[in-house]
Design a protein around this ligand. Structure first.
Ligand SMILES: NC(=O)c1ccc[n+]([C@@H]2O[C@H](COP(=O)([O-])OP(=O)(O)OC[C@H]3O[C@@H](n4cnc5c(N)ncnc54)[C@H](O)[C@@H]3O)[C@@H](O)[C@H]2O)c1
Length: 347
């Protein structure tokens, strides 16, 4: 089976490559990425990258049908991957996350590809209150990033794409280890801050709901989606992927970290503007359909693993929020050096 993963040189890609290779003996993995975060390594080697049999350095906006030759499955990860970048680079976010994803699916439908797995986000629920959201509940995307994700899903629903099984995985906020660790993700941020600076700064009043998922469980879900026999369930098909037990409010996430690192001081910013993004999500459908792949580990396991991984990281003395482990910082640095333009294209 030939699997093309776009955006494989980011946070999820290295873990996904290893998981796919270990699970499918017959897999041939092709990675395609523009390489924006290639040097943002949190371990000394690009271990996860080596699980890809072939690497294409290309912008996903420039993919053509020859890149899809003999490919069976596409995993679409390439994206502007968070709200802050989406805010500063709104037009590029729309081009990369929305337009190019749709174009890729259309190309796929004219090729050998039979399955298209799209990395969507639970942020499509936006300001969702306390009741856990199921897949068919109303969406309230509040940011360019969330709008791009639900835009793709809605396009797939409204426009029949022939010869292609499409599955949209609505992931919560990721956490856990990767060769290209991101520290702009809430649990990774809190643990790193607690380890290096003995404090956690919550940028809101701590009340928003933020379900989490370990990046290893995201990879497992992509394996499940690859195998999933759509049977009577129509394509496209959108599903919340995560576990009900990992629905937390931000202040609870901080408390979980403090339980394991008791010397941590938690600072809540009482004057912060209200963070409207708050969603509690119901993952029962995923539990029912994907029981074997449903996350089973505790959040404490993930926290311990992050503690071990980040303890040796070299970080700026005044805080890691200036470091290249924050996606927006790295993008701004590339731009300052004249290496990329406003469209997030290499110059
Ligand atoms: N990390 C999370 O918490 C999370 C949660 C839900 C959904 N997702 C989705 O999963 C996917 C992967 O997330 P991630 O955390 O690994 O993000 P990431 O930013 O670490 O990786 C994204 C990758 O896409 C590549 N990319 C960006 N623009 C590109 C372009 N124009 N052409 C080719 N490659 C391009 C980047 O170089 C990078 O390697 C994204 O679609 C993201 O929206 C992530």
């Amino acid at each position: 089976m030939r699997i093309l993963v776009t955006g494989n040189l980011g946070y999820i890609g290295p873990i996904l490559g290893k998981s796919l290779k270990n699970y499918f003996n017959d897999s041939y993995l092709i990675g395609l990425d523009s390489g924006l975060f290639l040097p943002c390594l949190s371990s000394s080697e690009r271990i996860g990258d080596t699980f890809y049999d072939k690497q294409i350095f290309k912008d996903v906006r420039d993919i053509n049908i020859s890149d899809l030759k003999d490919v069976d499955v596409i995993v679409s990860l390439a994206a502007v991957s968070n709200d802050p970048i989406g805010k500063d680079f709104e037009s590029a976010t729309n081009d990369i996350n929305f337009i190019s994803t749709i174009n890729l699916a259309k190309l796929a439908s004219q090729s050998s590809v039979s399955k298209f797995i799209f990395a969507s986000s639970c942020s499509v629920y936006g300001k969702a209150g306390n009741k856990p959201k199921i897949e068919s509940d109303p969406k309230d995307p509040l940011t360019a990033y969330a709008k791009s994700k639900i835009g793709v899903e809605e396009f797939f629903k409204e426009n029949k794409i022939e010869n292609l099984k499409i599955i949209c995985l609505r992931f919560p906020t990721a956490c856990g280890l990767s060769d290209r660790l991101r520290l702009d993700l809430v649990l990774n941020d809190f643990v790193t801050s607690a380890v290096h600076y003995k404090k956690i700064s919550i940028l809101s009043d701590g009340s928003p709901w933020r379900p989490l998922i370990d990046v290893k469980d995201m990879s497992k879900a992509i394996i499940w989606a690859t195998k999933y026999d759509h049977g009577q369930i129509n394509s496209p098909f959108s599903i919340n992927v995560g576990c009900n037990e990992w629905n937390y409010q931000v202040k609870e996430i901080a408390a979980k970290v403090k339980n394991l690192l008791p010397n941590t001081n938690i600072e809540i910013n009482k004057n912060a503007a209200q963070d409207l993004r708050s969603y509690r999500v119901d993952f029962s459908l995923y539990k029912k359909l994907a029981e074997e792949f449903y996350p089973k580990n505790s959040i404490e396991d993930t926290i311990e693993q992050i503690i071990n991984h980040v303890s040796d990281l070299k970080l700026p003395i005044n805080g890691f929020r200036d470091s290249n482990f924050i996606r927006l910082n790295h993008i701004k640095n590339l731009k300052r050096k004249g290496l990329i333009n406003n469209n997030l294209r290499w110059i």
